[in-house]
Design a protein around this ligand. Structure first.
Ligand SMILES: C[S@@+](CC[C@H](N)C(=O)[O-])C[C@H]1O[C@@H](n2cnc3c(N)ncnc32)[C@H](O)[C@@H]1O
Length: 266
């Protein structure tokens, strides 16, 4: 993809998520607009999404109303242990980072990375409200992360990598920052077969976690190409906010959410 197009996509995505953070009526989809109305949700659907994706115990442990903008629960799947260092790519309002911080305990550390300043502010407020001091939210892009090489035990990400115009750079960076033997646990959106051109070319659908999604096979190939081993598809489910249509175009079962795990060799 040309650099100018990639920048245009990032600018659009950042503006959309900034608006979502400010409104706090967020969704993985773009905020309500005529263009993207088919994939938008209300605060109520985010709350019910959180209830669908996370256990009662997890939600009670945060005792705060932090919206989920995700499509899975990568923290649960990554089996976090005390004292581990975790990186959450595209941390949004901070839900997964905060759950991870509770799981790794005071001896562990969590870095939430997000490119949208309003999201970083929201996540910091959410962590402060819970008096957590082992989680830090950093402003930055996952294509070139402000994170030291070989410093992270577990990288998690929830419905974010599909938003990047350069997924090779993202997986390359995750590989760089993980310690040897470190693991990746990612929930994301993938596609099956060719999506209609009017969806692929639509920026609102990009921000809505559809237009940038890769074919499942290609997604797994890119993770392997970055150097990861034991790349496994763990869970598969429907796209959490697309009802078989995008931009009014039928997409049938062409879009799904998946959770994938992978390891950096020792
Ligand atoms: C769909 S939301 C998911 C938020 C969070 N993971 C969750 O599950 O609630 C996507 C988030 O990724 C961030 N994001 C998108 N592209 C990014 C990039 N290239 N680098 C860093 N953050 C990015 C957005 O700012 C937004 O906060």
């Amino acid at each position: 993809m040309k650099a100018k197009k990639a920048e245009e996509i990032k600018k659009f995505v950042r503006e959309r998520y900034a608006e979502i953070a400010r409104q706090q009526t967020s969704s993985c989809c773009a905020p309500q607009s005529k263009e993207a109305s088919s994939c938008c949700s209300s605060r109520t659907s985010e709350e019910s999404r959180a209830h669908r994706l996370y256990s009662k115990e997890e939600l009670e442990s945060i005792s705060a109303n932090i919206p989920s903008l995700g499509c899975g629960n990568p923290t649960a799947l990554s089996e976090l242990k005390e004292n581990e260092v975790v990186l959450d790519l595209g941390s949004g309002a901070g839900l997964d980072s905060i759950l991870a911080a509770q799981k790794v305990g005071p001896g562990g550390r969590v870095f939430g990375l997000d490119m949208t300043p309003d999201m970083i502010r929201l996540a910091r407020t959410n962590a402060k409200d819970l008096a957590l001091d082992n989680v830090e939210f950093r402003l930055g892009e996952m294509e070139h992360m402000p994170i030291e090489s070989s410093s992270v035990d577990v990288a998690i990400s929830n419905c974010v990598i599909n938003l990047s115009p350069d997924k090779d750079a993202v997986f390359g960076e995750v590989f760089r920052v993980l310690k040897p033997g470190g693991r990746l646990s990612v929930s994301d959106i993938v596609t099956y077969g060719e999506l209609p051109a009017e969806i692929r070319g639509n920026l609102a659908q990009w921000a809505g976690c559809v237009a940038g999604a890769l074919d499942e096979k290609k997604y797994l190939e890119k993770i392997r190409a970055a150097g990861f081993v034991q790349v496994e598809l763990k869970e598969e489910g429907p796209h959490p906010y697309q009802e078989k249509t995008a931009c009014g175009v039928q997409t049938g079962n062409q879009i799904a959410s998946v959770t994938v795990t992978a390891y950096k060799p020792k």
